[in-house]
Unconditional design. Sequence first.
Length: 252
Amino acid sequence: MNSDDTHRTLTALHPSLLRQVHTITDRFSMSNTYLIEDNERVIVVDPGTELNVRQIQSYMPRFLKRSLEQIDLIVLTHLHIDHTAGVAALRRLTSAPVAAAAIIQQLAQAQATTPEHTLSPFLAQFAEHLLPGTLQHFDIFPPAYVQQQREVNLWLHDTEGLPGHPNWRIIASPGHTPESLCLYNPFSWELLCGDTAITIQGGAPLLRGSTDRQRLELTQRVLRSLPVHYLYPGHGRPILGEHPLTNVDVEW
């Protein structure tokens, strides 16, 4: 039995493993927010703008027949403002905790308390790749990141299950930003990738990089190794296909 036959068999036996993700975007398609419908609960990924949050307010009761109280987790794929600006508005509507990559906490603590010569080799190399020549100041967090960090209640670690939603796995995907992560469901074959990969109309998915080519290449290998039928980017339209990351382009 090949992988496609296995997937069809699993979804026939377990209807809950069918596609679980819904797309919310603003009228200008500036950034995508995603709702993951997981049993009786809903995960919001990248609240985006306040307009996206207002759309969530109308979309959930109208199309999902669910209330905002059923949102039990807010996940940030990275801390860029176009993906996080709606967090405060959404937090006013729900008591759900906010989750983001644990590397944010580690780098922030290192920046605040650790001089260059006592950094771990991993953090030192990581910082130097991000901002070559500025390691002695170790100032890799802009002010907006500091503010967004204060909103986070849960720290997510690579390969672990999403808290309360074990079918969804956390995949660290540094490249676009050091804290970038993806969410992957190996049963429904859905991948939410934030700005790690975006789609451009008429072209292949675009993997977005920074100065750290080595880590981006590792991210590319990891993502391409996953069975994916639904690819949900941070910008652009989702892709339905058997292997949507096979011919991915890379942006430097």
